[in-house]
Design a protein around this ligand. Structure first.
Ligand code: SF4
Length: 385
């Protein structure tokens, strides 16, 4: 009989008993909310490093190679901060491909060991780790054998991912239309807190409906002319508000509706669900289809998604696209070189913004304002014709 393939999930160096494990993972958007619900339901302890900020950036920059991409620097800083606060088990997300993401784990492990930290690193290869491997990884760190706890933890964790994305989509729609500035943000923050607090499957069942009902109560100006902009680009910078300098909020307050092309719940569903049960075209598949005139195959990172999203936007009447990438990100540099041609051919305004530790807020906002001005004038012109 063929021997089942052994799955190498960990690079276990120090044997840490399950009861002594304190788990940490990098910051990205609000993944801390669903992940801590999952881990605490499996009976383990965790530490969440502080939100990304200037201090984290400084720490990451100080301990990384100069040319490495910004997401790595912040991830490393998250780990250092978590280890300093007592974490001993680090969860790391890894993916194959032609970019540096495949080396992140080894580089981070080496650096942290050289800095003298003792820890166990559990690696989730997101393009291999379907449900079975994900369960094994969680079993490895928690040693939980209670199926009910897995059921509850995963159900609540998933429901929280979806609830957060629902609240974000409603925020994107409502913020540029609200009559009283700040109402949408307040509603969003209130629901984020509630989603974070609840640990009841029953409450999570109806939470999306309640979030929608609450957003519908906000006074909006339905007649307001609101241009729509897609945000696309590299995964981490799209999801991390510190790195992208809260671009969604800035655009919303400029009267623009944003549609972020990477939502965590969509992505997670695609990555974890067996393809038989996924039942719809994934973001990657849609991108490959729409990008085909400009790019024949994926080259790593989110390059093909960037191109596919821009073509999709042009074909669906979206007013403009803002492309975000970290400085020195190889896949996005390739995309950036295709975008001028695409913009001309598809008659689509595209603004490419490169982010790094030197990005100053004033210049960044000025570029966004100029772009918004351009798409608003283009929209007005089209309406006059
Ligand atoms: S996609 Fe870009 S930023 Fe992300 S790991 Fe790859 S090279 Fe770095």
């Amino acid at each position: 009989m063929k021997k089942p393939k052994q799955i190498d999930l960990t690079q276990l160096e120090d044997k840490i008993a399950a009861k002594d494990r304190i788990i940490a993972w990098p910051r990205m958007g609000r993944i801390d909310i669903p992940l801590k619900a999952l881990i605490s339901n499996l009976g383990s302890k965790y530490i969440i490093p502080p939100q990304n900020n200037n201090e984290a950036l400084e720490l990451g920059v100080k301990n990384s190679m100069e040319g490495i991409c910004l997401p790595y620097k912040l991830n490393l800083a998250n780990y250092i901060m978590a280890l300093e606060s007592g974490a001993n088990t680090l969860m790391m997300f890894q993916a194959p491909g032609s970019c540096r993401l495949g080396n992140y784990t080894k580089m981070a492990q080496k650096t942290l060991k050289e800095m003298g930290y003792k820890f166990d690193m559990v690696i989730f290869d997101m393009y291999k780790s379907k449900m079975k491997q994900t369960l094994q990884a969680f079993w490895h760190v928690t040693r939980c054998i209670n199926p009910w706890k897995y059921y509850k933890g995963f159900s609540i964790g998933f429901a929280k991912f979806f609830a957060i994305d629902t609240a974000e989509r409603l925020l994107f729609y409502t913020r540029p239309r609200e009559i009283h500035r700040g109402d949408a943000e307040e509603c969003y923050n209130k629901w984020l807190e509630k989603v974070d607090e609840t640990n009841s499957l029953w409450e999570m069942r109806n939470i999306k409906k309640k979030i929608k009902e609450d957003f519908e109560k906000i006074g909006v100006n339905k007649g307001r002319e609101v241009p729509k902009v897609y945000l696309t680009g590299e995964f981490f910078v799209l999801l991390d508000p510190y790195t992208n300098q809260n671009i969604e909020k800035e655009l919303g307050e400029m009267g623009v509706e944003v549609e972020r092309q990477i939502m965590f719940s969509d992505w997670l569903e695609h990555v974890l669900k067996p393809s038989l049960f996924y039942g719809k075209e994934s973001h990657r598949e849609r991108s490959v289809r729409y990008a085909s005139d400009y790019m024949k195959r994926a080259i790593g990172g989110e390059c093909i998604e960037t191109i596919g999203d821009c073509v999709y936007a042009a074909k669906h009447g979206i007013d403009g696209v803002i492309h975000l990438s970290p400085f020195s990100c190889m896949p996005e540099i390739v995309a950036q070189n295709i975008l001028p041609k695409l913009s001309k051919a598809e008659n689509l305004p595209i603004l490419s913004l490169v982010l790094d530790e030197q990005t100053g807020k004033a210049g960044y906002i000025t570029r966004i304002e100029a772009f918004v001005d351009l798409i608003k004038r283009k929209k007005m012109k089209q309406q006059k014709v």
